[in-house]
Design a protein. Structure first.
Length: 138
């Protein structure tokens, strides 16, 4: 189901539970986030909003709002790899959810686990790090 942001927030408000998945950060993800934090001071809080809202809507409530896409060309056993299409960063005023910040993560549905693999800014780096993904999940 595709939803507007307002519809998604209304549904989320009715759902009082936190994200049902365990969220883990790969060490490289933590390094990426620290580097972005030097440039964008709100990135930590923005990331927590993404985890609490974006991941919950998509994976717990099965609601699509066009902010996350499955990377179908990566054939990983036991997990699906996703990339954010939209990510709101308050440090990038005026851009809204089209901030250019991308997050790549693996979703292990049976285990209710999400592993954050990479976070980057499109102006600094053009594409996802496929070698990193394959290092951990192939």
């Amino acid at each position: 189901m595709n939803l507007s942001s307002i519809e998604a927030l209304t549904i989320l408000q009715k759902s009082t539970n936190k994200l049902e998945h365990r969220v883990l950060f790969l060490p490289e993800f933590e390094q990426d986030a620290l580097q972005l934090d030097e440039k964008f001071k709100t990135i930590g809080n923005d990331l927590m909003v993404f985890i609490d809202v974006g991941l919950k809507l998509y994976h717990d409530l099965n609601l699509e709002n066009d902010s996350i896409k499955l990377l179908k060309d990566l054939k990983i056993k036991n997990a699906k790899v996703y990339e954010t299409v939209k990510f709101a960063c308050r440090s990038l005023k005026g851009k809204g959810a089209n901030s250019g910040i991308k997050i790549v993560y693996a979703h292990f549905e049976d285990e209710k686990r999400i592993e954050l693999i990479e976070i980057y800014y499109k102006d600094d780096k053009e594409n996802i790090d496929r070698k990193r993904i394959l290092k951990y999940y192939n």
